[in-house]
Design a protein around this ligand. Structure first.
Ligand SMILES: [Zn+2]
Length: 300
């Protein structure tokens, strides 16, 4: 006991055979939730339980509270079957470009709004933990999403445009991981939390000559500034930015600006695991069980 039967890989036929009923999905979640058979009653803290009323739920021996595997996690109060929720999570985590809520609603015959709400939860679970900052050589730049990009002076958010700061690891023979964050403006104050969360202070950060980066040299002694030459000075980062923009345009025509961060998180969750896609579904499941931000309990 103790080893759970986790799903690895991106093969959809294997996935369809692995999960054929809600029960199998409940079992999967219960093995994450009570890993190593550790049960602690949410109501009274007791650790003895017996089988509960619902599939794979556990009933506290002392206060009789019956807890289901989905209780308190992102699958709680889901408006469709757990099996469909698993299929959606699989598609979004393993398909190279994910799926828009419109595509999901067509494929699973659900309302688009219902799909969108569930997808927001998935995006939230895909948010970086911040525990693995970028290292070595890291290129950083900002870019705009939405609206016209020309003629903006001072690098700040205006109208429909959103300013995004992006950092990309440069490794031998190519690129490593990346992160991006919506920021209010390109001042050092706005960018510093992003830097400290996602870029190791020992790394060699390279930026363009924008003044906003200068104060960050205190935290990043190896920082270097060089001319951008309209992006030509940073070809890998330039391609990365083009890819993000193309993805957003291609399948998410109506990405409201207040939701942009969720899309950036989704994009980078897959991007940072592109050489290891077999792990993305199970990791997403774990995060959806374990990391439940309080504000997500309330919506839907
Ligand atoms: Zn109890």
């Amino acid at each position: 006991m103790g080893t759970r039967n986790k799903f690895d890989g991106v093969n959809s036929i294997k996935f369809y055979n692995h999960f054929t009923s809600d029960e199998e999905c409940y079992q999967y979640l219960s093995e994450i939730k009570w890993a190593g058979d550790t049960f602690i009653c949410k109501k009274c803290g007791n650790t003895n339980y017996c089988k509960g009323r619902l599939p794979y739920s556990r009933r506290c021996n002392k206060c009789k509270y019956d807890e289901s595997p989905t209780s308190g996690c992102m699958f709680d109060k889901c408006k469709f079957s757990l099996l469909i929720a698993f299929h959606i999570a699989f598609k979004i985590s393993t398909k190279k470009k994910g799926m828009s809520s419109l595509e999901l609603s067509q494929e699973y015959e659900l309302r688009q709004k219902t799909c969108w709400e569930f997808k927001r939860k998935i995006q939230h679970a895909m948010r970086s933990s911040g525990r693995y900052p970028l290292t070595d050589t890291v290129h950083v730049d900002e870019f705009y999403i939405g609206g016209k990009e020309e003629g903006i002076i001072g690098r700040s958010n205006k109208g429909n445009k959103r300013l995004v700061v992006v950092a990309l690891e440069i490794v031998e023979g190519g690129v490593g991981r990346a992160y991006a964050k919506v920021i209010d403006n390109a001042s050092a104050i706005s960018m510093k939390p992003f830097f400290l969360t996602h870029i190791s202070v020992e790394s060699k950060v390279i930026t363009d000559e924008w003044n906003g980066y200068k104060p960050l040299k205190k935290d990043y002694p190896n920082m270097e500034q060089r001319p951008s030459n309209k992006g030509k000075g940073f070809p890998e980062l330039h391609i990365h930015i083009m890819n993000i923009k193309g993805w957003l345009r291609g399948i998410h025509h109506h990405c409201a600006k207040e939701h942009l961060q969720g899309y950036l998180d989704e994009y980078h969750y897959r991007f940072n695991r592109r050489n290891n896609m077999g792990t993305t579904f199970d990791l997403l499941m774990k995060r959806m069980v374990e990391n439940v931000p309080s504000h997500l309990h309330r919506d839907t």
